[in-house]
Design a protein around this ligand. Structure first.
Ligand code: KIV
Ligand code: ZN
Length: 517
C-alpha cells in the first residue's frame, strides 16, 4: 500500500507566539522562518496581520523574503481581516489566506452572539471573499471538537463549495480524546459530500497533554495536514509539537504508513533557535528535543545501549541532527579545519560570520579543555540572538561571599565612550545587573533568569537566558561563557541592546552616559 503524504503546517510564528510572555519581532520571525524552510515544512503561518502593525510587517517581510514554503496569514471571517491578511501574504510565491470562525454553541452564544445560520453565512461569505485574491484558502472551524457534528458537516460542505481548499478541524481548548477525535474526522470524511475537494487538517491544543495523540488519531482517520509548533509552543499549554508528530510518523511508519517531507536533521537546531528567540526553555524530559531525550542514566540501560543501541533507543540522536558529545577541535585548530567542521555540521556561513565565530571559538578553547560540537552549536545560537552591540561589556569585577555584601563593578563601551558603575546587590548576579543599569541610567524589570550548562564537566559553557521588561514589553537576552557571572552580564546587556535598538538610535531618553577617563 502506498504511503500517505502528510503536510506539516507550522504555526510557531502565530499560535506559538501566543504563548504567554512570547513576543517575536520581524528579525526573529525571519530567522525562524528561514530555519523552518531548511527543515522543509510545507506551510508556515507567520502571524495574524490585522492584530498589530508589527505583526502585519512581519508577515509581509516573511512573504517577501522567504521562499520554499506556503506562507499563510490568519484572518477572522470578515472582509477587513481578509484584506489585511492578503496585503501581507500577497508577496509570497505561494500565499494562503487562513480564515476562521467558531462553530460551537458555547462560542456562538457567549462570544460571537450569532446563531448557526448567521455563522454558516459568514463562513461562506468569508471564503468567497478570500477567493477574489487567491485559490489557496484554508477555513478553520474554531472549537470544532465541541461543536454539533451535523452543523459542522454543513459548514464544511458549504465552505468547500465556496472555494476552501483546506478545512481545518480545531480542538481549540484541548478537550477531545484520541478515539473521539478520530471518530470526528471519520465522520467528516463520511458525511461531507464534497470532502474529496479539500484537504482535511487538524489543529490540536495540548491542555490535557493529548495534542499529539489527538493529531495522530486524526491522521489515522483521514487528516492529511497537521498543524503544529516547534517545542509545542502555543496558547496556554501549547499546540501539538512538530518534532513529536514528525518523529512519530517516521519512527512508526510501519504503523501509520505515512511520511512527511521534513528534513529531520534540522529538528534539533530549529528547536534551539526557537527556544533562543522566544526565551522559552525546553524542559529536560521533553520528547525528542529535551536534554534528556537521548540520555541513558541507569546502568542496565547504559549496558544495553553499549551492546546494541536498539535495546533502549527507538530513534538515533543523529536523525534529529543532535551531535553526540564529540570532541571536535582544540585550541590549536586552524580556521580551515574550523570552517570544514562547520560545513560538516550543516552550517554554510559567510566569511565574516566564520571570522566572528572563529574568534569566539578560540577564546572558548583557551578556557575550556575540550570543545564539543554542542559548544559550537551554542556559539551559533548566540549569533542568532545577537542584537546590535550598542553597549558592549568590556570589564566586570564582582566580590561576594556569605559574610560580605556582594559588589559589582562593570565597564561598558558605548561608541567611543567608556561608561562604568559599581553597585551592591543581593548576590553577585544582582550586583552585576544593578551596576549595568546604573552605568546606563536605565531601569528594567527582570522577569526571568535561566542558567544551564551546555555540556557536562566543570569547565562546561554556561548559557544564561534573561527576560527583561521595559514599558510593558519583554525582551530576551542570551549570554555564553565558562563563567556564569560573565554569561549573566552578557545576557543582560544583550537584552538591553534590544531595548535600545527598538527605541532608536537616540539613546538619550534611556541613558545618561558619563564619560570616565
Ligand atoms: O486554536 C484554534 O482554534 C486556532 C484557530 C485560529 C485555528 O488557533
Ligand atoms: Zn490554536
Amino acid at each position: 500500500m502506498t504511503k500517505k503524504r502528510i503536510y506539516i503546517f507550522d504555526t510557531t510564528l502565530r499560535d506559538g507566539e501566543q504563548s504567554p510572555g512570547v513576543s517575536l519581532n520581524i528579525q526573529d520571525k525571519l530567522e525562524i522562518a528561514r530555519e523552518l524552510v531548511k527543515m522543509r515544512v510545507d506551510i508556515i503561518e507567520v502571524g495574524f496581520p490585522i492584530a498589530s502593525v508589527g505583526d502585519f510587517e512581519a508577515v509581509k517581510a516573511v512573504a517577501q523574503n522567504i521562499k520554499g514554503a506556503v506562507i499563510a496569514g490568519l484572518a477572522r471571517a470578515n472582509e477587513k481581516d481578509i484584506d489585511r491578511a492578503w496585503e501581507a501574504v500577497q508577496y509570497s510565491d505561494a500565499p494562503r489566506i487562513h480564515t476562521f470562525i467558531a462553530t460551537s454553541d458555547i462560542h456562538l452564544q457567549y462570544k460571537l452572539k450569532m446563531n448557526r445560520e448567521q455563522v454558516l453565512a459568514r463562513a461562506v461569505e468569508a471564503v468567497a471573499y478570500a477567493k477574489k485574491f487567491t485559490s489557496d484558502i484554508e477555513f478553520s472551524a474554531e472549537d470544532a471538537s465541541r461543536s454539533d457534528t451535523a452543523f459542522l458537516y454543513k459548514v464544511y460542505e458549504a465552505v468547500i463549495a465556496a472555494g476552501a481548499k483546506t478545512i481545518n478541524v480545531s480542538d481549540t481548548v484541548g478537550y477531545t480524546t484520541p478515539r473521539e477525535f478520530g471518530n470526528l474526522i471519520r465522520g467528516i470524511r463520511e458525511n461531507v459530500p464534497n470532502i474529496d475537494q479539500a484537504v482535511i487538517s487538524v489543529h490540536c491544543h495540548n491542555d490535557l497533554g493529548m495534542g499529539v495523540a489527538n493529531s495522530l488519531a486524526a491522521l489515522e482517520n483521514g487528516a492529511q495536514q497537521l498543524e503544529c509548533t516547534m517545542n509545542g509552543l502555543g496558547e496556554r499549554a501549547g499546540n501539538a509539537a512538530l518534532e513529536e508528530l514528525v518523529m512519530a510518523i517516521l519512527t512508526r511508519q510501519d504503523y501509520y504508513n505515512a511520511y512527511t517531507n521534513i528534513n529531520t536533521q534540522q529538528i534539533y537546531r530549529t528547536s534551539r533557535i526557537v527556544s533562543a528567540l522566544t526565551g522559552v526553555n525546553v524542559q529536560p524530559n521533553k520528547a525528542i528535543v529535551g536534554a534528556n531525550a537521548f540520555a541513558h542514566e541507569s546502568g542496565i540501560h547504559q549496558h544495553g545501549v553499549l551492546n546494541n543501541s536498539s535495546t533502549y533507543e527507538i530513534m538515533k540522536p543523529e536523525t534529529i541532527g543532535l551531535q553526540t558529545n564529540k570532541l571536535v577541535l582544540g585550541k590549536h585548530s586552524g580556521r580551515h579545519a574550523f570552517e570544514d567542521h562547520l560545513k560538516e555540521l550543516g552550517h554554510n556561513l559567510s566569511a565574516d560570520e566564520i571570522n566572528v565565530l572563529f574568534t569566539k571559538f578560540k577564546a572558548l578553547a583557551d578556557k575550556k579543555k575540550v570543545v564539543f560540537d554542542r559548544d559550537i552549536e551554542a556559539l551559533l545560537d548566540e549569533k542568532v540572538a545577537v542584537a546590535p552591540e550598542i553597549y558592549e561589556l568590556i570589564y566586570y569585577h564582582i566580590s561576594s561571599g556569605n559574610q560580605t555584601i556582594a559588589t559589582g563593578t562593570v565597564r561598558l563601551k558605548y561608541g567611543e565612550k567608556i561608561i562604568e558603575a559599581a553597585c551592591t546587590g543581593d548576590g553577585p548576579v544582582d550586583a552585576c545587573f544593578k551596576a549595568i543599569e546604573q552605568a546606563l541610567g536605565l531601569k528594567v524589570e527582570l522577569e526571568d533568569y535561566f542558567l544551564k550548562a551546555v555540556t557536562s564537566g566543570e569547565d562546561a559553557l554556561g548559557e544564561v537566558t534573561v527576560k527583561i521588561n521595559k514599558n510593558g514589553k519583554s525582551y530576551i537576552g542570551r549570554g555564553l561563557s565558562t563563567d556564569i557571572i560573565e554569561a549573566s552580564a552578557k545576557a543582560f546587556v544583550n537584552a538591553i541592546n534590544k531595548v535600545v535598538a527598538e527605541v532608536g538610535e537616540d539613546t538619550s531618553e534611556l541613558s545618561e552616559v558619563t564619560s570616565t577617563p
